[in-house]
Design a protein. Structure first.
Length: 167
């Protein structure tokens, strides 16, 4: 079923899932994942697994170790875009997608890419528009400890920060 999004008339639903819909913005051709149900902070939205495991990053992988990058299963989770004010977190130790801020039906899921990525495969200029936007997103290794302390980070990224500080 293809329908127009109520919140963005130029977006259409291209796939429906248990708790979310993938939307295609017809103006930008960007896909995004939006909740179809409400969540509260701390809720486990879903469990995820590893599809392909590889030693290098791509724009579709999540880093789980120094040389371990996974594609996400279920695959539609790949449409969770970056924000400097994220509302979800990929806990790569428990393999859970966790709600950070209240979500209502129609809200876009967003996560902080450096929360899982030490180095980005494809750095980019962020356009999230939030106060305190970091602008250039190129991985946790490029951010100060002070900046990183404002975000929930995976165990792997916290470990990398500790190693960097001990040098």
């Amino acid at each position: 079923m293809i329908t127009t999004s109520i919140t963005n008339p130029s977006a259409e639903v291209i796939s429906n899932h248990i708790f979310a819909n993938v939307l295609l913005n017809n103006e930008s051709s960007q896909k995004s994942l939006h909740t179809s149900v409400s969540f509260t902070p701390g809720d486990v939205i879903c469990h995820f697994g590893a599809g392909v495991i590889q030693p290098y990053a791509t724009y579709l992988t999540v880093q789980t170790g120094a040389d371990r990058h996974i594609t996400l299963v279920p695959e539609f989770l790949q449409y969770i875009n970056h924000s400097c004010a994220p509302n979800v977190f990929f806990n790569t130790s428990t393999m859970e997608l966790v709600c950070l801020r209240s979500l209502q039906p129609g809200d876009e899921f967003t996560f902080f890419y450096p929360s899982t990525e030490w180095e980005m495969a494809q750095p980019f200029v962020c356009n999230c528009g939030h106060e305190g936007c970091l602008q250039l997103i190129n991985g946790a290794s490029h951010l100060s400890v002070e900046t990183l302390s404002k975000y929930k980070l995976t165990d792997f990224i916290r470990q990398q920060v500790r190693l960097k500080l001990s040098l």
